[in-house]
Design a protein around this ligand. Structure first.
Ligand code: PAF
Length: 283
């Protein structure tokens, strides 16, 4: 695997592969890789012949009081893990390479109706930061396929909509969430948890699964399901931001007739803010 830091170097490598008829699959990340990221590379292998991963902690998607400065950065370990997973190219730009005029002054991509709900309500500007950097990375890498984890379900929905509306030629693939044996979704932010908080954290997935069971049984009392989920998280000692049941295709409000649903939650636990979701297909 080769590591490059400039846009120019990425374009040279990728264009040579594509000229040779090879399909290029891209996995964007913020680094500090864990088994969940490795599973994205494994999913990528089913979609092409050459694999590119980016490691970039994107300042635009962090709010002023969030963990940008302290976000775990482990580039040497990331490089080893990507090489072992069969990645061909690791793109690790610095902030000036991606935002030559500064992240605050950069041109932005917003997806109306999707960027400001759920995560966007509690992390203003976060979703625009994500769609902006992903659009830039797509223009740099020009992949045939890009893989994103379903753990960040709203992010995946925003990116799919952005790609469709901006007529980007990349195919988006969602990969299932990887979980610890107790159900906690793998996330770089899990390492902010103390041992006592770590024991408590699986309650998020357990509560989402309880909501999913009600939904699968045909329950359409969405407000009651949301209230119950929120209260369970609060009673367990977490500080939930939201517990919400939405249509899984566009994150709109469901009706009793909606078949494809997703229950999503975000909650703070100590220094960590954790998100998770469970999808439900009703007959
Ligand atoms: O999911 C992430 O790690 C980030 O939001 C992404 C997609 C790499 C954009 O910075």
């Amino acid at each position: 695997m080769e590591t490059v830091t400039t846009i120019r170097a990425v374009r040279e490598r990728v264009r040579a592969w594509r000229t040779g008829g090879q399909r290029v699959v891209f996995v964007p990340t913020m680094g500090n890789l864990h088994a969940g990221h490795v599973s994205l590379i494994e999913a990528a292998r089913r979609h092409g012949e050459r694999f590119v991963a980016s490691i970039f902690v994107n300042p635009m998607q962090f709010g002023p009081n969030e963990d940008f400065a302290h976000y775990p950065r482990t580039p040497r370990e990331d490089e080893r893990m990507l090489a072992a997973a069969g990645c061909d190219l690791m793109f690790m730009p610095d902030v000036a390479e991606i935002y030559p005029h500064g992240a605050e002054r950069a041109t932005r991509v917003e997806v109306p109706g999707l960027s400001r709900i759920l995560e966007g309500e509690f992390r203003p500007g976060h979703m625009e930061g994500v769609s902006t950097v992903v659009a830039k990375l797509f223009h740099i890498v020009e992949p045939d396929v890009a893989v994103f984890g379903e753990k960040d379900f709203q992010q995946l929905t925003v990116i799919r909509r952005m790609v469709a509306e901006l007529c980007m030629r990349v195919e988006i693939v969602g990969a299932p969430t990887l979980r610890d044996t107790d159900g906690l979704a793998l996330s770089s932010r899990n390492q902010y948890l103390t041992p006592a908080e770590r024991k408590l954290a699986p309650v998020i997935h357990a509560t989402l699964e309880a909501a999913a069971r009600r939904l699968r049984a045909g329950d359409a009392q969405f407000a009651s399901i949301e209230r119950e989920g929120f209260e369970k998280l609060e009673n367990a000692g977490l500080r939930p931001d939201y517990f919400s049941v939405r249509r899984s295709d566009d994150l709109g409000s469901p009706t009793a007739e909606t078949r494809a649903l997703v229950a999503l939650a975000a909650a703070r636990l100590g220094r960590a803010r954790l998100i998770d979701n469970v999808q439900v297909a009703r007959p």
